[in-house]
Design a protein around this ligand. Sequence first.
Ligand SMILES: *Cc1c(COP(=O)(O)O)cnc(C)c1O
Length: 232
Amino acid sequence: MDNKRQIVRDNYARIASGIAEAAAKSGRKPEDIAFMAVTKTVDPVLVNEAIDCGIQLLGENRVQEWQGKKDAYRAGVPVDFIGALQSNKVKYLMGQIRLIHSVDRMSLAQEIDRQAEKHGLVQDILLEVNIGGEASKSGIAPSELPALLAQVGTLPNVNVKGLMTIPPPCSDTRYLEAMEELFLRTKESDPERMQILSMGMSDDYAAAIEHGSNLVRVGSALFGARDYSKTK
Ligand SMILES: *Cc1c(COP(=O)(O)O)cnc(C)c1O
């Protein structure tokens, strides 16, 4: 485990400097970009190593896995929810999750609104866009965004903070460009709600930042390849 912790330290330093470099290229400061550690399948010991390195944000995919691990995390780092979310699990997130990235339907936004009201809070969310139009992926089509933004805008206990996407694996930057364009276009008419563009993972975080992302979600480049056999 000590060796693995050292690897996380080395990875963290490398990625943080990659983020700083990409930020500079796009005229921003490193602190303008949030660096999220994606923790799925990762031992909490290694998550805590990333926290010691200075990680700003944790990203959780599965409600059950997170519930089993969260008490082992060193306190003080905000947690975002980034995975596919069933409406009946929303209640477990209330008051504990800074931002839900994966809202892709009105029925889910309505359940978040209902639960947030129950807990006396307003929940920040992102709308997930399926920028590659892949049938296998969640997220709305870009053409559906204005309607969903308008609908979600009627919910008093939900605040839209921006957009999230998981582009298809691709050797060029066409999807990053398309998402940047969509985000900027939406921001023109809706600057209040278009603050966060959550885009970029292990393989494309630098390119994503150069295309306007200000939140990158990094898993395997930080923690190593995931071993799904150890989790449910
Ligand atoms: C797993 C996951 C990531 C991180 O993926 P890596 O390629 O390992 O960096 C980012 N975002 C979401 C939504 C994920 O599920």
